[in-house]
Design a protein around this ligand. Structure first.
Ligand SMILES: C[S@@+](CC[C@H](N)C(=O)[O-])C[C@H]1O[C@@H](n2cnc3c(N)ncnc32)[C@H](O)[C@@H]1O
Length: 212
């Protein structure tokens, strides 16, 4: 829990995981979701809440210990380990929903682009990608020069030399999300501070177009 979420408070871990699941349910019609993938699932903070889902649930993460824990304790889900860069272990068009909660927040731009395209590959046409990002509410964390870049609509990445670790942190302006990150998708929703289980991150829902 400490490695993934930065806290040993099990009560917070469980409650925030439930809130994250509820935020997904509030933004995605679950009756349209059969197969779901939790990309960057960590030690199952949110994946655990798919246990009674009427379909299949999968998780993937690069952290071997977290993957092992999920395999031992969340047997209803298929959980795989992936590398820092793509690919994933799944076929094209495998999922109706992929979500990545506070994962793109820890990747360089190059890795974000590669993973965006990989997650699109494993989504069926019409499928949804839900992610959370550090948006405007995180501006006070940034230095003046970083804030200026953010205000110009540029992605800001700190500690890019340690991608995939929680030290590496990325900050996404809304214009960057809409005009650059969303390439290959339709933007269904951008909800500032809408990630209730990862406060105060923004919540974004993209859709893979039905054709193309
Ligand atoms: C801040 S934690 C969030 C974990 C989980 N999504 C949650 O909300 O509880 C970031 C997670 O992303 C994972 N991660 C970072 N880079 C990754 C990558 N390239 N592929 C898969 N997982 C990655 C980390 O191992 C970690 O479990």
């Amino acid at each position: 829990m400490v490695r993934v979420a930065g806290t040993a408070n099990a009560d917070w871990f469980l409650r925030s995981g439930r809130a994250a699941y509820d935020a997904i349910a509030a933004n995605v019609p679950l009756e349209e979701i059969d197969a779901v993938l939790d990309f960057g699932c960590g030690c199952g903070r949110v994946l655990r809440y798919w246990q009674n889902h009427d379909g299949s649930a999968a998780g993937s993460d690069r952290d071997a210990g977290a993957v092992e824990w999920c395999r031992d304790h969340l047997p209803f889900a298929r959980v795989d380990r992936n590398g820092l860069a793509p690919p994933l272990a799944y076929d094209d068009d495998s999922f109706d929903l992929v979500y990545a909660l506070s994962v793109f927040t820890h990747l360089t731009e190059e890795l974000q682009t590669a993973w965006r395209d990989e997650l699109r590959r494993v989504l069926r046409p019409g499928g949804r990608l839900l992610l959370t990002t550090h948006g405007r509410s995180y501006l006070p964390r940034l230095e003046r020069e970083e804030r200026d870049r953010f205000e110009r609509g540029e992605l800001v990445v700190r500690w890019g030399e340690l991608p995939g670790s929680n030290l590496c942190s990325a900050y996404h302006p809304e214009t960057y999300l809409r005009e650059t990150f969303a390439h290959g998708f339709e933007v269904a929703q951008v909800d500032p501070e809408g990630a209730r289980g990862n406060p105060t991150q923004d919540l974004i829902v993209l859709r893979r177009p039905l054709s193309g």
